[in-house]
Write a protein that binds this ligand. Structure first.
Ligand code: COI
Length: 376
C-alpha cells in the first residue's frame, strides 16, 4: 500500500540502468576539499560548493553537468519569475558506516517531481538524468555528509522556467538543478506548537496542493508568520471548502495517535503525498500499529486531545523526518496541550528512530529503500 489512491499510484519502483558518476574538475574538487561547515549547521542555511545542472530547450534535456555552486543569471522577464512555473523536491542523503552516501527511495521523488511537472505544464525529467545528477553529487559530496544527531545532506532538486516573455504560455526553456545543504534538524525548538489556521487556505480542490509547487509554500508563509507572532512554530491547515477537516502542516504531513491507532487524512488533490508519510505507514505496520486514513474533523481531534484519547501528534516529511507536535493553539490564545510523554513511551520517537536507522543503513526497512551511491 504505497500512495494508494489516485493521487499517487506508486508501488515499489526499481532503478533502470545506472548512469556513470560524473567526474569533478580539479577546481571543483578543491572547492569540496576546502568546504568548512558552520557550527551549528542549522537547516538549509549553508550550501555545498557544487551543484548539478541540466537545461531543456527544443524539446530535449541537455546532459547533466556538475558546476560550482553559483547564482543563476535570469532574465527579469523570465516566465518562472512572473507565472510561477517552479517545482522542487526534498531529499536527504545519509552517511553509511562503510563511508558511502545513500539516497533514500529516490525514484519516488522523481515520480513526484514529474507529477508536479505535469500539473504545471513543465517537461518530464528522465530517470537517467535525475539519478545521474543526484548520484554524482552524493558521490562527490560524501565527505561533507554530516554525521551528527539529526544531521544529513539535504538535497533540493528543482526545475524552473527560464525563457523570456510576458505572455501567459508554457515556457519552452527550463533549468533543472540539484543543490545540496549539509543540514541539522528542521525544527530548532524542542517544543512545537501548531496554530490551527482558520482563515487562509493552503490548497483548494483542483489546485496544486498535491504537488511540490513553489507557490504552495509561498502561500503558507503569511500564516506561518502569524503563527510565529503567537508563539507557535507551525501552521495546521484545514480544508479550503468547509474549514473543518485537517489537511497538513506547512510542508509536512499530519498524524495523530488516537487510542493507539495512527490517524492521517487520506491523500487528495489538496494534500501532498509525502514519501515520509508512506514510510511511517509501512513502519507502523511492522510495529503492529493500525493506521486509519480518514477525514479528521478538527472538533473530533480537539475532543480527542481534551479527553486524553489522543496522546501524540506529529509532523512528518523529508526535512522534519518525524517531529512531535506538543500542542495545538487557536488565534484567541486557547491551547490544547498533548500530554508530556517519557521518550520511551513516545510512538512518534519510535517511528522516527526506526526511520533514521533505515536511512543510515543500521536497520533493514520494510522495503528496498536504501540506495547507496558508489562509482560502479
Ligand atoms: C521537505 O521536507 O523536504 C520539504 O520540502 C518541506 C520544506 C518546508 C522544508
Amino acid at each position: 500500500m504505497i500512495f494508494k489512491d489516485k493521487f499517487f499510484l506508486v508501488t515499489q519502483m526499481n532503478l533502470t540502468a545506472k548512469s556513470p558518476i560524473l567526474p569533478l574538475t580539479t577546481d571543483l574538487q578543491h572547492a569540496v576539499d576546502r568546504f568548512t561547515p558552520p557550527s551549528p549547521l542549522g537547516f538549509g542555511s549553508v550550501m555545498a560548493p557544487i551543484m548539478a545542472k541540466a537545461d531543456y530547450s527544443d524539446g530535449h534535456w541537455s546532459h547533466v553537468e556538475l558546476k560550482a555552486y553559483q547564482p543563476l543569471t535570469l532574465d527579469p522577464a523570465c516566465k518562472s519569475l512572473h507565472y510561477g512555473q517552479q517545482i522542487f523536491e526534498g531529499m536527504k542523503a545519509y552517511a553509511l558506516a562503510d563511508g558511502r552516501g545513500a539516497l533514500f527511495r529516490p525514484l519516488l521523488n522523481l515520480r513526484r517531481l514529474n507529477e508536479s511537472a505535469a500539473r504545471m505544464a513543465m517537461p518530464e525529467l528522465p530517470e537517467a538524468l535525475f539519478m545521474q545528477a543526484l548520484e554524482s553529487l552524493v558521490y562527490h559530496l560524501q565527505p561533507l555528509i554530516p554525521r551528527g544527531r539529526d544531521e544529513s545532506l539535504y538535497l533540493r532538486p528543482l526545475m524552473l522556467a527560464t525563457d523570456t516573455g510576458l505572455s501567459l504560455k508554457p515556457a519552452t526553456k527550463y533549468t533543472f538543478l540539484v543543490i545540496a545543504s549539509p543540514s541539522g534538524a528542521y525544527f530548532s525548538s524542542s517544543k512545537v506548537t501548531a496554530l490551527i489556521e482558520r482563515q487562509d487556505c493552503r490548497a483548494a480542490p483542483g489546485g496544486t496542493g498535491a504537488y511540490k509547487v513553489a507557490g504552495n509554500y509561498g502561500a503558507a508563509i503569511r500564516a506561518d508568520i502569524k503563527a510565529a507572532r503567537l508563539g507557535c512554530q507551525q501552521t495546521l491547515w484545514l480544508d479550503a471548502v468547509q474549514k473543518t477537516y485537517v489537511e497538513e502542516f506547512s510542508g509536512m504531513n499530519f498524524f495523530a495517535l488516537v487510542d493507539g491507532e495512527l490517524w492521517t487524512p487520506p491523500l487528495s488533490d489538496t494534500i501532498l503525498g509525502g514519501i515520509t508519510r508512506d514510510c511511517v505507514m509501512q513502519i507502523a505496520g511492522t510495529m503492529d500499529i493500525g493506521v486509519k486514513e480518514a477525514p479528521i474533523h478538527i472538533n473530533d481531534l480537539i475532543a480527542a486531545i481534551k479527553s486524553g484519547h489522543c496522546l501524540e501528534l506529529f509532523a512528518c516529511g523529508t526535512a522534519a523526518v518525524v517531529s512531535p507536535v506538543h500542542a495545538l493553539a487557536e488565534q484567541d490564545g486557547t491551547v490544547y496541550d498533548l500530554p508530556s510523554l517519557k521518550p520511551v513511551d513516545s510512538i512518534s520517537l519510535k517511528l522516527r528512530n526506526y526511520l533514521i536507522a533505515v536511512q543510515t543503513g543500521e536497520k533493514a526497512g520494510p522495503g528496498d529503500w536504501l540506495c547507496p551511491v558508489s562509482s560502479n
